[in-house]
Design a protein. Structure first.
Length: 79
């Protein structure tokens, strides 16, 4: 029984590791949203403003990704 539990724990850990590294941009966005939520709660930001800020971050999500990609491409270009 303990062998099968160990194997199951290993499989779950491996799957979680693979899934968590699949999209670093998504992970970065989620971390940013977690930080934003904590910041707003910590500073007592009114709920309507929280909704606006979350909407803004969701709206600029692709722009942030393009900025990262642009920086990487610039590092590849000869100067």
């Amino acid at each position: 029984a303990s062998l099968s539990a160990s194997v199951w724990a290993y499989v779950i850990g491996a799957v979680c590791g693979i899934v968590s590294t699949m999209d670093p941009h998504e992970m970065n966005f989620r971390r940013t949203m977690d930080d934003l939520n904590w910041l707003m709660m910590d500073h007592g930001v009114p709920h309507p403003m929280c909704k606006k800020l979350r909407r803004y971050f969701h709206g600029t999500r692709d722009i942030a990704r393009l900025r990262v990609e642009k920086d990487i491409i610039e590092h590849m270009s000869p100067k």
